[in-house]
Design a protein around this ligand. Structure first.
Ligand code: SAM
Length: 268
């Protein structure tokens, strides 16, 4: 048997240690942060479901990098973003667009670019964390008055009924406990105008068993509310329960159905 060169052994060891440290970091700022907040008498019940990685300006700065976001979404990030933006049709001219939650990556930028190109009236970004809004505002400076920012809970929005033409929720529901998931979709419906569209980018139950098993292990460790997206939670059903027969739903799924972009047009 040929011996493994010493340099290679060292490289493999460094790679394993680096991966273990990255895994430990994400474990602390996601799952362990939820456990800590659930047991901390001083934590705010409205935001106790949010990982530290979305709360602390330091972690936001550290993690808001395309390679991080893209790796978490199995290199499908750009595809997801472009499908979401593509669903904002037929036209954004004179329209009001709402994005509920605006964490990492460039989805808000891509929506803002589309809004600017098509002369939208307003692009409103909300998030329950002021630190996320500050981060988004820094990134979207060049769009000036087109974008406005408002600290709001997606499960209890302050906007009037039927006040937006498009509502976008990108990877928010899977982060919420079940009742908040339902309430978030109900709120998206409430603020949407008839003729408008709500667009979700989200996880979807994969049809490949091996992906499902790996996904369940990953979610069990890092994202405890996410497998509800595969099991008991159904966006279309919540919309139907709110307004039977009022929606026409179109869904794109990809990477063995592991991801979905669901666009629901409100007909009445
Ligand atoms: C995985 S990210 C969602 C991805 C994000 N929508 C994007 O565009 O990349 C989680 C974000 O949801 C926000 N969030 C969590 N719960 C929320 C709620 N109830 N209302 C509004 N934002 C919430 C967090 O503050 C964080 O910014």
């Amino acid at each position: 048997m040929t011996a493994i060169p010493e340099n290679l052994t060292l490289l493999i060891t460094i790679a394993i240690v680096a991966l273990a440290l990255i895994g430990l970091f994400f474990l602390v700022v996601t799952r362990l942060s939820l456990i800590y907040q659930a047991n901390d008498a001083n934590s705010d019940p409205d935001t106790a479901h949010i990982y530290w990685i979305y709360k602390s300006p330091f972690f936001i700065k550290l993690a808001d990098r395309m390679f991080v976001v893209s790796s978490i979404l199995l290199l499908q990030y750009s595809k997801l973003v472009s499908l979401v933006v593509k669903r904002l049709n037929p036209s954004l001219e004179g329209k009001r667009i709402l994005q509920v939650s605006c964490a990492f990556g460039n989805v808000s930028e891509k929506i803002a670019e589309s809004c600017a190109r098509q002369d939208a009236a307003e692009f409103v970004l909300t998030d329950i964390m002021q630190s996320e809004l500050d981060n988004a505002q820094r990134k979207l400076k060049r769009f000036g008055d087109l974008c406005t920012y408002s600290k709001q809970d997606a499960t209890n929005l302050e906007f009037e009924d039927q006040s937006f033409d498009y509502v976008v929720a990108f990877f928010l529901p899977h982060e919420l406990p079940f009742d908040k998931k339902v309430q978030h979709v109900k709120e998206a419906h409430r603020v949407l105008k008839p003729g408008g569209k709500v667009v979700f980018g989200e996880f979807h139950k994969p049809r490949l068993k091996v992906l499902e098993v790996l996904g369940r292990i990953y979610f069990k460790i890092f994202e405890p509310y996410a497998t509800e997206m595969w099991d008991e939670f159904d966006i279309t059903k919540v919309l139907e329960d709110e307004a039977a027969g009022s929606y026409r739903v179109e869904k794109d799924t990809f990477l063995f159905d592991n991801f979905q972009v669901l666009a629901a047009k409100r007909l009445t």
